[in-house]
Write a protein that binds this ligand. Structure first.
Ligand code: Z5A
Ligand code: MG
Length: 188
């Protein structure tokens, strides 16, 4: 339909919830259904800022916490002109993590000061331990109480196909209704 904007569909969640797997499958399914759809991810590690973040996450470099937070934010802002342009052109964007990860992971760092939980390392990158991920999950749950955001919780413990089917259906609904919300409201 002419003049119809694209939808901004963000997949958020803790480490290894299956966000990247589902984001890729969703873009393929939407395209197969005739939608214009593209994939974005954050951190976007290919940019100069993204390379700094990648090095930090891989523990090859250290950075002050506030600075890292702002770099994650800058890494999103550098893509915002492109995001607006695509949405305006009617392209639906599937985004693998966005600002909610920024809030949840920084908040999880702050909570750490009050949390005496023991840690079990289960990954190579920074933040990949159970205690940290539990704190991040609590922050995501808190963010989901915001009624102005159109959050849908998806149980990611099921099979890839079952999770995909639910996300695909929710996304089709979102694409249908996205036109009702002006683009400018997304970055107020
Ligand atoms: N971070 C931050 O601090 N501040 C910010 O502003 C932003 C991010 C944007 C790197 O992110 C870190 O950056 C992240 C948050 C922080 N730290 N942590 N945690 P990333 O997005 O680059 O992280 P990643 O390395 O891609 O991991 P991930 O995103 O957490 O994984 P995932 O995308 O959710 O999962 P996946 O790659 O799709 O799947 C993982 C494995 O599980 C894979 O082998 C799949 O085949 C398998 N899988 C997937 N789904 C299923 C189901 N349903 N059943 C069984 N197996 C499955
Ligand atoms: Mg991922």
């Amino acid at each position: 339909m002419a003049g119809r904007r694209g939808a901004l569909i963000v997949l958020e969640g803790v480490d290894r919830a299956g966000k990247s797997t589902q984001s890729r499958k969703l873009v393929s399914a939407l395209r197969a259904a005739g939608h214009r759809a593209e994939l974005l991810r954050f951190p976007e590690r290919s940019t100069e800022i993204g390379k700094l973040l990648s090095s930090y996450l891989e523990k090859k470099s250290d950075m002050e916490d506030h600075s890292v937070h702002l770099l994650f934010s800058a890494n999103r802002w550098e893509q915002v002109p492109l995001i607006k342009e695509k949405l305006d052109q009617g392209v639906t964007l599937v985004v693998d993590r966005y600002a909610f990860s920024g809030v949840a992971f920084t908040s999880a760092k702050e909570l750490r000061l009050a949390d005496a939980a023991t840690r079990g390392e289960f990954g190579c990158e920074r933040y990949e331990n159970w205690a940290f991920q539990e704190r991040a999950l609590r922050c995501f749950q808190q963010l989901m109480t915001d009624p102005t955001l159109n959050w849908k919780a998806v149980d990611a413990s099921r099979s890839v196909e079952d999770v995909h089917e639910e996300i695909r259906t929710l996304s089709e609904d979102t694409i249908r209704t996205a036109v009702q919300r002006p683009l400018e409201e997304l970055w107020k």
